[in-house]
Design a protein around this ligand. Structure first.
Ligand code: HEM
Length: 430
């Protein structure tokens, strides 16, 4: 039988559903290790993960979407393959997406994107989120139960990003259906990846963004799509229509599953860690610290990949240009060299915000403040409106023998469903 550490991270459904034993088995060989029969390194060390994510000179983000196992579309030659990467960029999956760009093209697009999320827009969006959360949570608490993922988490994050960007209310249902129909990136089930060409939901969404951007160019409004439509790079040049549409769709899609799954992962602990929900109800100012610990312990992005573009080192280990690297964020965030009792949930760990759940360096998550606000607000509302939140034991089993279904996806750590039950708070009006 193949040892756990030599099994295939990218295709093994057991590892996709529970990545932690795999990363521990890999870690037993050191913080950076190459399994048998694989052409990439796996990094489980916290320090090494940060070192790579900060080393933009030697590591390219180009393999991010396809993952480290995907073959390169060229044969690397020499000690610096930067020019080869650029010459073949169009052949990499999602090679034009902001998250895959390197150097100046990334800096230009990223600084344009940063300017879109102004504090006043985020504040207005937070007011929208609070009212929406209040309403959605009220409806399910009145019902006494819900599937947290499909009834709350997914529609909530879709509506919030739609509001922030300025996607018209009448299109939001269509977007929710398109998201529902999209295979999640990193899905192991090839039969789900059947949408091709013009019919792919992402292509349909690009069509909508084309319409929004041209409409805003003719009739500006007070929303992010208008900012996007008139955006200039910091050198005064204008992005192409294709760049604007690609960025719009990426911003729309980037935080969907990740934020929704973080809510599910967090609620599971809120329910099952003894005393936690009462503690948070009594002092909601602890919710942000709880969320940081959740990002560390059950962060919804399990891995990132990079490609060494120059001969370099990770720590003292020489790494040749052309080497692919899989960084297990779920491993780095549980590195016992950095975190005491790493597999345990602990509220208020010192320096908890150093976790790598949002990545690090130039590509660090642009939506982290939004994700934190979304999940915090919805949890606040659940705790406000309930006296107790429980799990449906006919689905998830008794407290001593819980059963959960995790998505069989190599990128995302998240529950397929979480059936929760509610005892309304005193004074709750159905
Ligand atoms: C819990 C929720 C989220 C998690 C765990 C998460 C995680 C990450 C990670 C790990 C990266 C780094 C990718 C890399 O280095 O290759 C990233 C990048 C990014 N995220 Fe998030 N994300 C979340 C929510 C969001 C939301 C709500 C948005 C909405 C705008 C968003 C937008 C982005 C964008 C645009 C990038 C690319 C940044 C760049 O390449 O410069 N994310 N995210």
């Amino acid at each position: 039988m193949t040892a756990l550490e030599n099994r295939d991270y990218f295709t093994d459904p057991d590892i996709a559903r529970d990545p932690y034993p795999f990363f521990e088995a890999v870690r037993a060989h050191g913080p950076v290790w190459q399994p048998e029969n694989r052409d990439y390194l796996i990094v489980t060390g916290f320090d090494e993960t940060i070192e790579i994510l900060n080393n933009h000179h030697d590591f390219s983000a180009i393999v991010g979407l396809a993952g480290a196992a995907a073959p390169l579309p060229f044969e690397p030659i020499g000690s610096d393959i930067t020019d080869q990467i650029e010459a073949h960029r169009a052949k990499f999956l999602g090679g034009d997406q902001v998250v895959m760009l390197d150097d100046e093209p990334h800096t230009k697009l990223r600084s344009l994107m940063n300017r879109l999320f102004t504090p006043s827009r985020l504040k207005a969006n937070e007011e929208y989120m609070t009212a929406l959360a209040e309403r959605m949570v009220h409806d399910v608490v009145a019902k006494g139960r819900c599937d947290l993922i499909s009834e709350i988490a997914t529609p909530f994050v879709t509506l919030v990003i739609s509001d922030l960007l300025g996607v018209p209310a009448e299109d939001r249902d269509t977007f929710m259906q398109l998201i529902d129909a999209s295979p999640a990136p990193g899905n192991l089930d090839a039969s789900l990846n059947t949408h091709e060409g013009e019919t792919h939901p992402m292509v349909a969404m690009t069509g909508y963004f084309y319409r929004y951007i041209t409409e805003r160019q003719e009739n500006p409004r007070d929303d992010i799509l208008t900012e996007l439509a008139g955006a200039e790079y910091h050198d005064g040049t204008r992005p192409s229509m294709m760049d604007l549409m690609t960025l719009g769709v990426f911003m729309f899609g980037a935080g969907q599953d990740t934020s929704a799954k973080l809510l599910g992962n967090s609620m599971r602990y809120i329910i099952d860690v003894p005393g936690l929900q009462d503690q948070l109800r009594a002092d909601p100012s602890l919710i942000p610290a709880m969320l940081e610990e959740m990002l560390r312990l059950e962060g919804s992005t399990k891995q990132l990949s990079r490609l060494a573009r120059r001969d370099t080192k990770i720590g003292d280990l020489p790494v040749k240009a052309g080497t692919k690297v899989l960084m297990g964020l779920s491993g780095g965030n549980r590195d016992p060299g950095r975190w005491e009792n790493p597999g345990e949930f602990q509220l208020n760990r010192p320096k908890i915000k150093e976790h790598v759940a949002f990545g690090r360096g130039k590509h660090v998550c642009a939506g982290a403040p939004l994700a934190r606000a979304e999940v915090r607000i919805i949890i606040e509302k659940f705790l406000e409106q309930t006296a107790h939140i429980g799990l449906d034991e006919s689905k998830h089993g008794p407290a001593s023998q819980r059963q959960f279904d995790f998505e069989p996806i190599f990128i995302i750590r998240g529950l397929s469903e979480l059936q929760v039950t509610f005892t309304p708070a005193a004074g709750f009006k159905p």
